[in-house]
Design a protein around this ligand. Sequence first.
Ligand code: PAF
Length: 261
Amino acid sequence: MMRVWYSTAEWVGRRKTITGQTIGFVPTMGALHRGHAELVERCRRENDVAVVSLFVNPTQFNDPRDLDRYPRTMEQDLALLESLGVDDVITPGIPDFYPKGYRFRIEPPADLLVMEGVFRPGHLQGVLTVVMKLLNVARADRAYFGEKDYQQLQVVTEMAREFFTGTEIVACSTVREESGLAESSRNRLLSPEGRTKAAALYRALTAAASADDARAALASQGFRVEYVEEHWGRRLAAVYLEGVRLIDNVAFEGGADVAHS
Ligand code: PAF
């Protein structure tokens, strides 16, 4: 039977009873899709106890309208997690997780404040701060993150090491629809036509000869492009379609760390 913990204190009590078993952890903001399901399935396979958090973290939203319209589907999420054999779900309230507000925060180093760091001021600080809280609360052996948020994965991996969290960060490949569109909670905000069109993001990143070519191809197809840049051997982009912000990235040949503004 899956247990759902609505307060951090209750979960911490349960956590103390888990000894001699490995714990795997999947942090999420809910609105679960096939990409999350794959993270959870892997977590389930590789650990004795599978734990998932559902928490829409306000501090990582630089735009309050984005936070308001972020999809919330708690009932379906819990049903999916139960069907995947999850043992424990942690879903704290905001006052529980930020009891005195957003007072302490983790600052990423300047060299990692590219892309999301430039276009979403405060976003990476919010992500790192909540992930540090979540890792401290879960005290898991492994935590599973998707490669779709590639920059997030990089900063979280470095932070977890630097702060000796004791949790191994496990990177999991992006799950895509047949069209190539990366699975994302935000896809459900697109119209059916938008969803079809959005697959052009993956095609442009894969097919273009350079980041600049990818940017031009996307702009000519009606996307509002925030960035296309190359770091860590990946080509990464953020675009808007129908007012919805989509990010994606692909591995590419000869991936030197070159930024294109
Ligand atoms: O990737 C996400 O869903 C979020 O950024 C995370 C890691 C759960 C932190 O809120």
